[in-house]
Structure formats: structure tokens, C-alpha cells
Write a protein that binds this ligand. Structure first.
Ligand code: IPE
Ligand code: IPE
Ligand code: MG
Length: 243
């Protein structure tokens, strides 16, 4: 793909969702602990949020801790949680001042009360913003999200607030963590791995899946632009035939 191909402004995606992968390999290549890679990964998150704003993307979703990541060593989990805490604490002011609306996707049950308070705080401090909607998937799993959604719908039916026949694709979408967020046109994964790893299972039904070879800590705006160019070169049929 030529670097020079300019992006077509009329064909930009509304929503780009990213599986930020490769922090551990990035650190290993430098003979450093995995945590060092995660630390540098936060810098890539900052660059990515800025790039999304520069490129005119409205919705950006970043996968930062999966329900399966609990299988990692305790020390690494601790480091990832501390980085999440540090990010919401340190960056809240800048995000708020730059028009970013932050939402945290995922299950809250296993999170400590202080972290839940920090999440509530960053969400409420940025809720009036509309330039860029930043969703951070933390303690998120697509299957867990669907199970939580089923429980929420079943409770409504049981309470007599919802008719069984009103369980539709639209009402399911409205009960997901991503309620009111359009489905992502792009799921981008770094580090060359070609799998979804339980990310946005419902929402990715028709997403274009794009894999880049870059390790997440090295991700820059240039990579973001490359993904958008690949997207614009694809033909999206969505079950129909070419126009
Ligand atoms: C992505 O990097 C960050 C998280 C999953 C939290 P990894 O930690 O998965 O890095 P690799 O895949 O081992 O290189
Ligand atoms: C997916 O990456 C989860 C996040 C990026 C948060 P993993 O590195 O955990 O995925 P697998 O284990 O390689 O599928
Ligand atoms: Mg990984």
C-alpha cells in the first residue's frame, strides 16, 4: 500500500476499535520485564487518542484488560491495574480539556471500590464532551458482556417491564456496554496476531479486521493512517453484492 495515498475524508470510519497487543514482546526484545512494555504502551495510548482526534475519528475503543487476562501472574495484573489507575488520574484533566468523552467498558464487579470511584469520576468529568468518544475496555470480555446483557433483559421481563417479543437485535445492542456507540467499522490488532480474543463479539459482526505487524508500544499516527488506508481500499458488501 503506497504511503502517499491520501485518505478520503468522506469515507472515514466513525468508530475504530483496537486490540492493543505486543507489549510483552516489545519488552522481551529489550531484555526488560513485561511491565516495562505495558508502561510504554500507555504512551502509545496517549499518541493514539491524539491521532484519533487529529484524523477526525469520532469513536475510539481500546482493549486494555480482558476477562482472560486474570490468568496472568499476579504481579503483572497489579502493574496493569496501577497503569489504569495512573492513566485515569493523570490524564483526566487533559482529556476533559481536549473534548474527550471517556467511558469504561467491562464488568465492574471484580474492581475495587477506589478504582470504581475513579472510573465514575473520569466518566462524569468528561460526560459533557463530544469531540472524541474514548471507550476503554477494562476487565472486558465479549461473552461476559453478552451474559450480563441477557441477565439485564431477563430481569426486565421478569419484572414485567419488557415483552419477550421485544428482545430484538436493537434492544440487545441498547443493553450492551457500548449502548449508543455505533458498531466499529474497523477492528485493528497490532503485533500480527490474527484473532479477536473475546473483543466486541456482537459489535464486530461486520467490522473490517485489520492486523498490523507493529508492536503496540511502537504505535504512532502513521500506523493509524495506514489502517485507515487499508480500510478504504476494502470493498464492504455487508451481505449484498458490489454496488
Ligand atoms: C497487550 O500486550 C496488553 C495486554 C494484553 C494487557 P501483551 O501483554 O499481550 O503482549 P504480548 O502479546 O505478550 O507481546
Ligand atoms: C487481548 O490480548 C487482550 C488485550 C489486548 C487487552 P491478549 O494478548 O491477552 O490475547 P491472546 O491471549 O494473545 O489471545
Ligand atoms: Mg498479547
Amino acid at each position: 500500500m503506497s504511503e502517499e495515498t491520501t485518505l478520503q475524508q468522506s469515507r472515514l470510519p466513525q468508530h475504530v476499535a483496537i486490540i492493543m497487543d505486543g507489549n510483552g514482546r516489545w519488552a522481551a526484545a529489550r531484555h526488560k520485564p513485561r511491565q516495562f512494555g505495558h508502561h510504554q504502551g500507555v504512551e502509545a495510548v496517549r499518541r493514539c487518542v491524539e491521532a484519533a482526534g487529529n484524523l477526525g475519528i469520532r469513536h475510539l475503543t481500546l482493549y486494555s484488560f480482558s476477562t482472560e487476562n486474570w490468568r496472568r501472574p499476579e504481579e503483572e495484573i497489579k502493574a496493569l491495574f496501577n497503569l489504569m489507575r495512573g492513566f485515569v488520574e493523570k490524564d483526566v484533566k487533559q482529556l476533559r480539556d481536549n473534548g474527550v468523552h471517556v467511558r469504561i467498558l467491562g464488568a465492574r464487579e471484580k474492581l475495587s471500590p477506589d478504582l470504581i470511584a475513579m472510573i465514575d469520576d473520569v466518566e462524569s468529568q468528561t460526560s459533557h464532551n463530544h469531540k472524541l468518544y474514548l471507550n476503554i475496555a477494562f476487565n472486558y470480555g465479549g461473552r461476559d458482556e453478552l451474559a450480563r446483557t441477557c441477565r439485564a433483559l431477563a430481569r426486565k421481563v421478569k419484572a414485567g417491564d419488557l415483552d419477550v417479543d421485544d428482545i430484538t437485535e436493537a434492544s440487545i445492542s441498547k443493553h450492551l456496554d457500548t449502548a449508543s456507540v455505533p458498531d466499529p467499522e474497523i477492528i485493528l490488532r497490532t503485533s500480527g496476531e490474527q484473532r479477536l480474543s473475546n473483543f466486541l463479539l456482537w459489535q464486530s459482526a461486520y467490522s473490517e479486521f485489520i492486523v498490523l505487524d507493529v508492536l503496540w508500544p511502537d504505535f504512532t499516527q502513521t500506523h493509524f493512517e495506514e489502517a485507515l488506508r487499508i480500510y478504504q481500499s476494502r470493498e464492504r458488501r455487508q451481505g449484498g453484492i458490489e454496488p
